[in-house]
Design a protein around this ligand. Structure first.
Ligand SMILES: Nc1ncnc2c1ncn2[C@@H]1O[C@H](COP(=O)(O)OP(=O)(O)O)[C@@H](O)[C@H]1O
Ligand SMILES: CC(=O)OP(=O)(O)O
Ligand SMILES: [Mg+2]
Length: 418
């Protein structure tokens, strides 16, 4: 058995991996990520010990699978990373999978569990597919390495019934698994652990409003260390808008999207099969539809390039504000911190400043200098509050979806295997 663990986070616009030693506690030895898959050219960031590099790639990497293959080959062939030169050096590959259905724990991949997850692909057709393509690739091309999947949805198993239940026919709902699952849970576990540690509080006494804002964006109300509400639902489409996702809309909009579809007769959806609707709302909406770009750094700038860019920014701010108000009340005003995470939450000072200004009524205020500077590379949590003690703290958390929350589970399986 190899001596290293590979953790893989296949996001919607990026693939991020970390190599760890297979020991307790594991040590990270190298990080690599390809981002901008939906806004070419893709960029590679690679860090191994003190060596850091960032480059624009000429290769066409259209899918997370392409990006994963590229990263793996690049790492296997790097003479400076000779520890991991082939599959025989790896003990486990730990994969972040967005939708785990009713799985509350990590799962070791074998024919049966893979089949079960493939059935779930239908519940999140545009998300689980990419991650499972990578799992299938590993199974085929690195057959000696055990794959373990860990699920975004698992963190939200504590949602109360009245939050997770949609008010529809319950027989149909139960038969088809139609309920709120919630996602970005690996990120929220990391945020909870890191923020509680930063505040010096036990997780069971920590209340936060966490925002994971990347190409896919969601929020979570965490009460006493447990998820009590989150914005995504049955699939990661619900809630906030994203790079290519609409977020919440009136569900009837689907039937009115084309003039043909607007006629409310059984035949009216002929031109608008439901999978087309899913494709449009997941892949052809969001700020891409409004501005033409999936890159939020081109939108969140002081001088908006166009009215459409301003509109995209204002829509995101408005929806975030709505949920901050909602979750503030659900947490009874007992909020330790408002936490910004994800590519946009961590990097856009303008978004944080705009939101903070609009949350003054909650005694939220940020320090402009600290906000503009943002966190240092290794600074997991940065406090940007203006006046600690008054109102919730405002924190930036550099989240990690290929960290201990993912590979920690290896020990559950690893020990049994040894
Ligand atoms: N300085 C920045 N300002 C605003 N948005 C940024 C900035 N840098 C990166 N982003 C955005 O972060 C998003 C990627 O988020 P991330 O969480 O890293 O990836 P993913 O959504 O694939 O998991 C992209 O939309 C990117 O444009
Ligand atoms: C759940 C989800 O939207 O994931 P991502 O942000 O990686 O697209
Ligand atoms: Mg992500």
């Amino acid at each position: 058995m190899g001596k290293y663990i590979l953790a893989v986070n296949a996001g919607s616009s990026s693939v991020k991996v970390t190599f760890y030693t297979f020991e307790n506690p594991p040590q990270a030895i190298a990080d690599a990520q390809v981002s901008g898959i939906t806004a070419p050219p893709p960029t590679l960031k690679y860090q191994r010990g003190p060596v850091k590099l960032k480059e624009e790639l000429k290769e066409k990497l259209n899918t997370p699978q392409d990006a994963f293959k590229y990263i793996l080959q690049r790492c296997f062939n790097d003479p400076e990373l000779s520890e991991v030169a082939s599959d025989s050096d790896l003990a486990y590959i730990c994969h972040r999978v967005v939708h785990g259905g009713d799985y509350h724990e990590a799962v070791k991949i074998n024919d049966e569990t893979l089949h079960h997850l493939e059935v779930l692909e239908d519940l999140a057709p545009l998300h689980n597919f990419s991650a499972l393509e990578i799992v299938r690739l590993c199974k085929k091309e690195l057959p000696s390495v055990t794959s373990i999947t860990y699920f975004d949805s698992a963190f939200h198993q504590t949602l109360p019934d009245y939050v997770r239940t949609y008010p529809i026919n319950q027989e149909v709902a139960k038969a088809n698994g139609l309920r709120k699952y919630g996602f970005h849970g690996i990120s929220y576990s990391f945020i909870l652990r890191s923020v509680a540690q930063f505040l010096g509080k036990p997780q069971e006494q920590t209340n936060i409003i966490a925002m994971h804002i990347g190409s896919g964006a969601s929020m979570c109300a965490i009460k006493e260390g447990k998820s009590i509400d989150t914005t995504m639902g049955l699939t990661p489409l619900a809630g906030l808008p994203g790079a290519t996702r609409s977020g919440d809309i009136d569900p009837s909009l689907v039937f009115h999207y084309t003039s043909e579809a607007g006629k409310l007769s059984p035949g009216s959806t002929k031109e608008m099969h439901i999978s087309t609707a899913e494709e449009i709302l997941n892949k052809q909406s969001g700020w891409k539809a409004l501005t033409g770009t999936t890159d939020f750094s081109k939108i969140a700038v002081e001088k908006f390039p166009s009215e459409a860019h301003k509109l995209a920014f204002d829509i995101l701010v408005d929806r975030l504000l709505g949920y901050i108000g909602n979750y503030y009340v659900k947490l009874g005003g007992q909020v330790d911190a408002l936490v910004f995470a994800g590519g946009i939450g961590e990097k856009s000072a303008l978004l944080r400043q705009t939101l903070a200004e609009k949350c003054q009524c909650l005694d939220i205020a940020i320090d402009a200098k600290a906000n503009d500077k943002g966190p240092e590379d290794k600074e997991t949590v940065k406090d940007i509050s203006q006046d600690a003690g008054k109102g919730p703290r405002v924190l930036i958390c550099q989240t990690n979806e290929q960290g201990l929350e993912t590979i920690g589970r290896v020990w559950m399986f690893g020990m049994a295997d040894l």
